[in-house]
Design a protein around this ligand. Structure first.
Ligand SMILES: [Zn+2]
Ligand SMILES: [Zn+2]
Length: 236
């Protein structure tokens, strides 16, 4: 799709938002982009979980994975389990162009994150692969980061991270080790934007945490002080 038609489509969808009042992305009820009933039906990613990577289970402190090989991020928190309803919300944001959903999603993420958010200086979204961003026109992680930034009154710095090279999209069937290898070293961070800062790294969904860990490694290399991760959902 050309840049012009993508732009035209975005303007078109903004105009449609004005003409048609908001409807719930899941059930279609009028009044909001995510109704209270559907938000209440999201499956919370509740404890007990690993304090570090949010893997479900009861652990002494952190899970065996984090003990054997601590991830590059200091902590990860996901608001919901990535099942039916959460998937519906993420897909509406990602593929149906419902960027207005980012606001209610960010509120739910903040409500779920508890003390995971203490001490943050700036918010950084996980970058999309260039090709996907050009086709889709926006990055859903950046939409969430901006909504979080608005609520928290914190700066959002999308340019802090970039993809180093084209990495193949992660097939759902890929095992954890393959995913880790695919994204290891895939990102680079700008020291002039992140050095000395406590970062909140934001994405829509995390699976193994490999992408977030790879981003965190780049941020650490650029002398960030700490990296906490917050996602809307986690594949348990
Ligand atoms: Zn609904
Ligand atoms: Zn862990």
């Amino acid at each position: 799709m050309s840049v012009i038609s993508t732009g035209a489509r975005r303007i078109g969808s903004a105009a449609l938002d004005l003409i048609f009042p908001p409807r719930c992305a899941l059930c279609g009820a009028g009044g909001s982009f995510l109704c209270a009933g559907c938000a209440g039906n999201l499956n919370a990613a509740s404890p007990p979980r690993c304090d570090r990577c949010w893997r479900p289970g009861t652990y002494q402190d952190v899970c065996p994975h984090c003990q054997a090989e601590p991830p590059a991020f200091d902590r990860l928190c996901a608001a919901f389990v990535y099942d039916g309803n959460a998937r519906g919300v993420v897909h509406a944001l990602k593929y149906r162009g419902l960027t207005a959903l980012a606001e209610p999603m960010a509120s739910l993420m903040l409500a779920a994150s508890g003390d995971a958010l203490e001490a943050v200086d700036l918010i950084v979204p996980v970058p999309l692969a260039g090709l996907r961003r050009r086709t889709r026109g926006y990055n859903q992680a950046e939409s969430l980061a901006r909504a979080l930034g608005d609520e928290l009154g914190l700066p959002v710095v999308p340019r802090a991270l970039a993809r180093k090279r084209h990495a193949p999209p992660q097939a759902r069937s890929a095992d954890a080790e393959t995913r880790r290898r695919n994204v290891a070293g895939a990102f680079t961070a700008r020291p002039e934007l992140v050095a000395g800062a406590r970062i909140l790294l934001v994405d829509d969904v995390t699976t193994t945490g490999a992408t977030l860990a790879s981003c965190a490694a780049a941020l650490n290399e650029a002398a960030a002080t700490s990296v906490g991760c917050l996602t809307f959902a986690r594949e348990d």
